[in-house]
Ligand binder design. Structure first.
Ligand code: PLP
Length: 311
């Protein structure tokens, strides 16, 4: 975020003015990427603000921290309550992004981060609209491979992992694409730089399984549930690059990107005309209905911020 978002940042249990939420330059995470984080969305709808799958995001933050023995001193429930309070304090009424971050603090240059290394947790909120502009995005297969479980675990949402995503993003933008798809070390499709990927062939939906170096995306899991509820078969299996060229539909899922249709891959038009297909459309529309509190059966995915206002 370049500009100031909400007036307050939640910093280790306190509400601190945005300008005062600062860290020393010797902060370990600045030097070594020793931080784990989440990206969460809040949706303005029905005279309220609804946070999508808040508890699930905070639980993933805990799992990511656990992988690196980064101690997280607040439970998922405490972080979820802190988020609601922060949004209230920031008087947030519009759709927004929520960024919880846990990072290693003053630990010197020692790489042996343990459960007793000092850590801090912040939550930042700011207004946020669409991530990709327009309908249907142009993607390329990156020449950079996705990080692998044998080097830096992709299942942990750790700050350092994003250097890999940044290399792929820079390459795709330089070459005029909207987003990049990374292959895993064995050459199978893994995921996009900041989204999971799905393809549709003959009415069936496929997505790489998590062992193909993909993040366990919360939107991915939501899309799988929505697709199954809509009656589609969803299979997690290895996907080759060429299958992307043969797909009837391709879509990406992610908190920032939401559910977005892919119009071409490496210049190969997806489906007949690159337009969003019926399967993607059905899932995207249902997702949009859910996040704007329009689907009763999925209301347990939403946390209202302004409970008192609705009474
Ligand atoms: C590398 C990567 N894959 C997938 C996703 C999608 O995950 P989610 O749906 O939980 O936002 C993200 C988003 O944070 C990501 O950074």
């Amino acid at each position: 975020m370049k500009e100031k978002g909400g007036e307050f940042v939640w910093f280790d249990g306190k509400f601190v003015k945005w300008e005062d939420a600062k860290v020393p330059v010797f902060t370990h995470a600045l030097h070594y990427g020793t931080a784990v984080f989440e990206g969460i969305r809040g949706y303005a709808a029905k005279n309220n603000l609804y946070i999508f799958r808040l508890q699930d995001h905070m639980e993933r933050l805990h799992r990511s921290a656990g992988v690196y023995s980064i101690s997280l001193n607040y439970s998922a429930k405490e972080l979820a309550s802190a988020t609601v309070e922060l949004l209230q304090k920031n008087k947030m009424k519009e759709s927004c992004y929520i960024r919880p971050l846990t990072f290693v603090g003053l630990h010197g240059i020692d790489l042996n981060v343990t459960k007793s290394s000092p850590t801090h947790t912040v939550i930042i909120t700011f207004p946020f609209a669409k991530y990709f502009k327009g309908e249907g995005i142009k993607v390329c297969v990156s020449s950079w491979r996705r990080i692998n479980d044998s080097t830096t675990p992709p299942l942990a949402k750790a700050a350092g992992n994003y250097l890999n995503s940044i290399m792929a993003t820079q390459e795709s933008k330089r070459n005029g694409y909207d987003e990049s798809i990374l292959l895993d070390l064995s050459g199978n499709v893994s995921e996009a730089s900041g989204e999971n990927i799905f393809l549709v062939r003959r009415g069936k939906i496929y997505t790489p399984h998590l062992a193909d170096s993909a993040l366990e995306g919360i939107t991915r899991e939501s899309a799988i549930k929505i697709a199954k509820d809509l009656g589609y078969e969803v299979t997690e299996r290895p996907i080759s690059r060429t299958e992307l060229y043969m797909a009837d539909e391709i879509f990406l899922t992610g908190t920032a990107a939401e559910i977005v249709s892919v119009s071409s891959v490496d210049g190969h038009v997806v489906g007949n005309n690159g337009k969003e297909g019926p399967v993607t459309k059905g899932i995207r529309e249902m997702y949009e209905k859910i996040v704007s509190a329009g689907a009763k059966e999925y209301m347990n995915w939403l946390t209202p911020v302004w409970q008192t206002q609705q009474k």
